[in-house]
Write a protein that binds this ligand. Structure first.
Ligand SMILES: Cc1cc2nc3c(=O)[nH]c(=O)nc-3n(C[C@H](O)[C@H](O)[C@H](O)COP(=O)(O)OP(=O)(O)OC[C@H]3O[C@@H](n4cnc5c(N)ncnc54)[C@H](O)[C@@H]3O)c2cc1C
Length: 547
């Protein structure tokens, strides 16, 4: 590990305050937080522009990310899919509250994103609205092939350093601009890294929900970091739920990867055929064109009893091919037994506002990928998240590099306040695990697929109680310290989702209120904007006309 840890020099006479002097930490031009597709693309492009870059990720880059779980489907204009049609489709799925500026920019820059994808020596297969990456093995999730290729590129480039096992807890900012980050390493020791430009590529927050198909650590740390830095969160109430995720006890809650076999039957507790009962037809079509309705129907059906997918009549020969081959690796006989499925949290449409250069409202701070807001509106077109990582990762990486090279910081004799990181005795693990379960349950029952005023208010009261308990937990190990940080972020994001959901009095796209079941274009074609007052620990909301 090649980064410097902060040396703590306690000065005589400074015992009264807990200020320590941060002797020089690592200095770079650009810091990228997050090693998923967005972060890796930003790093490669920032380096192309001439910057010295460091990627910070809590786990291994590539593999430990949501990008690795993806189906590696990219949507964007091609020779056979006109830019105007792409814009129209994206806006239509976003139900008119996307930022059109970003949608049009994406259409314009998609060819550059696709060029980068092609340069990665991957096998691309053309779709009617984009491409997908063919997995190197039928029993491998396609996203793994994708992230391995990107991580391989990073490994070849000098000038990009990768620090794994580093958890970022704060963005350093003076009155005008950012100048680095702080965090802690595998040993729990505090680390400061300095740069004139920082790219937030921290992904979404799906794993704050009891049912989700994300990596288990994706709990909205980026939104929390952004809010602590003074950024507002936009449209954070819009969470996409994927209709079909494995919910069989003992199995990982993995997305049931499409395409679904024609023989598949989806059965409810009353043994009715759910697709037939609700006129959903072919699940391959429904999960793309009616994802909101499909998820909401399955959620309501699931309240009455378990939902089961039955693949028993799928011919044996098909199980060797993707995607069924993925299931053969699990300890369950999918060929002989129906298995439980449920909708689950999949993607966050809301997030941090950026301009055409990927710049946030804080000078020197950029954002890209799932943490950024604007492209998707009320729901996301399938394939647009990875395309967003490539297009906006490229833009943010290049802009951050230009910003850094034009504005080198002269490192001041920095005085960073530091906390006491000695660990406390007593058991924190069980308490934290209990709190994680509780926060996830609150998210699922109160801010899940179908919401109501009563549930949202209950959720806010319950999450406030959990937060008080959480603040009182003294982590005993580095693992617990990470978990506590995760949960502080999760509780914050959940409060934000509940608060914004309570104020939106309509249903639109992925956002369903049972007490306001209609889309209200007259009053609610608006984007919510949530600001966090750190001193008062208070969220306040305002609205902007969409567009
Ligand atoms: C099962 C599944 C299938 C999907 N399939 C598709 C698809 O086919 N097409 C499509 O377009 N989209 C798909 N999506 C969505 C898409 O994969 C994600 O939106 C996208 O990969 C997000 O990329 P990212 O780089 O923004 O974040 P991620 O890939 O999630 O990476 C973010 C990284 O940042 C790290 N991090 C966060 N906070 C910190 C911190 N404070 N300190 C250090 N590290 C931190 C995280 O641990 C993580 O490793 C899918 C999503 C899922 C869950």
């Amino acid at each position: 590990m090649k980064f410097f840890k902060v040396e703590m020099i306690f000065k005589i006479g400074m015992a009264l305050c807990s200020l320590i002097e941060a002797v020089v930490g690592m200095e770079k031009d650009v810091i990228v937080i997050g090693g998923g597709c967005a972060g890796m693309v930003a790093a490669l492009e920032g380096r192309e522009e001439g910057a010295e870059v460091v990627i910070l990720n809590r786990g291994p880059i590539g593999l430990g990310t949501n990008s690795a779980l993806s189906n590696a489907t990219f949507s964007g204009p091609t020779m056979h899919y006109a830019p105007e049609k792409y814009v129209e489709d994206t806006l239509q799925i976003g139900k008119g509250i996307n930022r059109e500026l970003l949608v049009r920019l994406m259409a314009k820059e998609a060819s550059l994103g696709f060029s980068l994808l092609r340069s990665l020596d991957l096998k691309l297969v053309e779709l009617s609205d984009g491409y997908y990456v063919k997995s190197t093995r039928p029993d491998l999730i396609p996203g793994i092939t994708l992230v391995r290729a990107l991580a391989g590129e990073i490994g070849k480039v000098s000038g990009i350093e990768v620090l794994t096992g580093l958890y970022v807890t704060g963005i350093l900012k003076d009155a005008e601009k950012v100048y680095g980050v702080r965090g802690f390493d595998r040993k729990g020791e505090e680390v400061f890294i300095y740069a004139p430009a920082v790219v937030l590529a921290t992904g979404g927050a799906g794993a704050i929900y009891l049912r989700n198909d994300n990596q288990k650590s994706i709990m909205g740390q980026g939104y929390y970091l952004a809010a602590k830095t003074g950024l507002e969160l936009w449209d954070i109430e819009f969470v996409q739920f994927y209709p079909l995720v494995i919910a069989q006890p003992g199995l990982p809650s993995l997305l049931l990867y499409p395409p679904y076999p024609q023989e598949a039957r989806l059965i409810n507790a009353a043994e009715e055929d759910v697709l037939e009962k609700h006129g959903l037809g072919d699940p391959n079509k429904a999960h793309v064109t009616e994802r909101d309705r499909f998820s909401a129907i399955l959620f309501q059906e699931g309240l009455k009893g378990p939902l089961c997918m039955d693949y028993r009549t799928v011919p044996t020969s098909r199980w060797k091919r993707h995607p069924l081959s993925l299931l053969t690796r699990m300890k369950f006989d999918f060929q002989r037994e129906p298995f439980a499925v449920s909708p689950a949290a999949h993607f966050f449409m809301g997030g941090v506002r950026i301009d055409e250069n990927g710049q946030t409202s804080v000078p020197g701070l950029f954002a890209c990928g799932e943490v950024a807001w604007g492209l998707h509106g009320a729901n996301r077109k399938s394939g647009n998240a990875l395309m967003e990582c490539f297009v906006f990762g490229r833009i943010a990486g290049r802009s951050a590099a230009q910003c850094a090279l034009n504005r080198r910081i002269s490192l001041p004799k920095l005085k960073e306040s530091s906390k006491d990181f000695s660990y406390h005795s007593g058991s924190s693990r069980e308490t934290l695990r209990g709190l994680r379960r509780r926060i996830r349950e609150i998210a699922w029952t109160c801010a899940g697929v179908v919401r109501s005023e009563k549930g949202l208010r209950e959720g806010l009261a319950k999450v406030a109680e959990s937060e008080i308990e959480l603040k009182g937990v003294a982590p005993q190990t580095v693992h617990d310290k990470r978990l506590k940080e995760d949960l502080m972020g999760a509780a914050f994001v959940l409060k934000a989702v509940l608060t914004a959901s309570l104020s939106r009095k309509e249903s639109r796209g992925s956002f369903v209120r049972e007490d306001f079941p209609r889309q209200d274009d007259l009053n609610s074609r608006i984007n919510s904007c949530l600001a966090y007052n750190w001193e008062e620990d208070r969220l306040s909301i305002r609205y902007h006309p969409a567009g």
